[in-house]
Write a protein that binds this ligand. Structure first.
Ligand SMILES: [Zn+2]
Ligand SMILES: [Zn+2]
Ligand SMILES: [Zn+2]
Length: 120
């Protein structure tokens, strides 16, 4: 199911990892305001889903990473610990599977998809 997923040499933002869970399109947009509902919509099949993070219980204060807030419309998630939007991608293994680092509280987080609803 991940055959269409190609990771670039330097995945660095959520838009490099987030794909529609149903059709695997990369045309995923976050149409709401930062820090609102985190409801994302697939531009191909109109599926909607929430992008969330989960705490791993780990912290990383050593990595020299200073992430910025995502551009408007780009896939956006908030830190599960402090709600910051400044998340950096630490590693990724497949689409929608990533380890993130919060630039504010330095919590290590896992990306997750919730409330997936097919487009009508
Ligand atoms: Zn909203
Ligand atoms: Zn889709
Ligand atoms: Zn945080």
């Amino acid at each position: 199911m991940i055959s269409r997923f190609k990771i670039g040499s330097m995945p660095s933002t959520l838009s490099d990892v987030v794909r529609c869970p149903l059709c695997h399109s990369a045309a995923v947009v976050y149409s709401c305001e930062p820090k609102c509902c985190f409801n994302h919509v697939c531009g191909e099949c109109r599926a909607s889903f929430q992008l969330v993070t989960r705490k791993t219980g780990r912290f990383d204060r050593a990595s020299a990473i200073a992430p910025a807030e995502p551009a408007s419309g780009d896939p956006t998630a908030a830190c599960a610990a402090c709600e910051s939007l400044k998340l950096a991608l630490l590693s990724t293994t497949a689409e929608n599977q990533a380890t993130l680092l919060c630039g504010d509280c330095r919590a290590v987080l896992e990306l997750a998809i919730e409330d997936l609803a097919p487009g009508s």
